[in-house]
Write a new protein. Structure first.
Length: 236
């Protein structure tokens, strides 16, 4: 939690400096909106578990995954349920504290309409589902790669930029914004922040998130079906 807040302070300093150099506003972000963006992003980072733990991939490498596949459950659904349970705890320990800190210490942009609060919470839950789906696809790649640490590392390096954690996607050139919004990545972080700030239609943002949640979970289901057919147990 301390590390999360310290990095939040660093990100606030950089963004506010950029805004000051740009006469106080960049792409609908003033100082208050930038502070809000940073502290919600810091909270969502742990809530959606952007970088994951690569646990399933490690079980594939060791061969222990065969135990998971023998169990009378659908592995994707079971892991999703587990992640949603983790998210419930992370809401109290990772999402709420940075937001509360930002609200108390910095200028903060509160929603102009109270209905945006529950819509933000709904958006955050969908973001968690999308994040799980993307992480599952990265981890299930180990069935083919056996050692997916290269892909996992590449995701860790690039995801912050693609999802809108490093800087708001609105700061990107138009062609880059268009390309990113045609992918699932903004659904993980940028979309919930936009719902809270009132940037764009909340309904459209939620539908965008739901679409990608269905797509990534569907791809995960298909990948798991193919993976089961070619399970390789290493040792044991």
């Amino acid at each position: 939690m301390t590390t999360n807040v310290v990095f939040g302070l660093l990100r606030v300093a950089v963004l506010v400096a950029a805004l000051k150099a740009a006469n106080g506003e960049i792409a609908e972000y003033d100082v208050a909106a930038a502070n809000t963006y940073v502290w919600i992003g810091q909270g969502l980072l742990g809530f959606v578990l952007l970088w994951g733990q690569n646990e399933l991939a490690e079980r594939v490498r060791s061969g222990d995954v065969v135990v998971d596949l023998y169990r009378p459950w659908h592995l994707l659904s079971a892991l999703l349920a587990q992640d949603l349970g983790r998210g419930g705890y992370a809401f109290l320990t990772r999402l709420a504290p940075p937001m509360l800190f930002g609200m108390l210490v910095f200028p903060f942009r509160f929603p102009d309409n109270p209905v945006r609060w529950p819509l933000f919470l709904l958006s955050a839950v969908i973001a968690l589902v999308v994040s799980f789906g993307v992480r599952f696809l990265v981890e299930v790649s180990a069935f083919w790669l056996l050692d997916n640490r290269g892909l996992y590392g590449f995701w860790n390096v690039t995801s912050g930029l693609l999802c809108g954690l490093t800087v708001p996607i609105a700061f990107f050139p138009q062609w880059a914004r268009d390309a990113l919004w045609m992918s699932p990545f903004p659904a993980l972080l940028q979309a919930p922040i936009d719902v809270f700030l009132g940037h764009g239609s909340a309904v459209e943002l939620l539908l965008y998130q739901v679409f990608w949640a269905v797509v990534v979970l569907g791809l995960g289901h298909l990948a798991l079906q193919r993976a089961v057919r070619r399970v390789v147990v290493q040792g044991g």
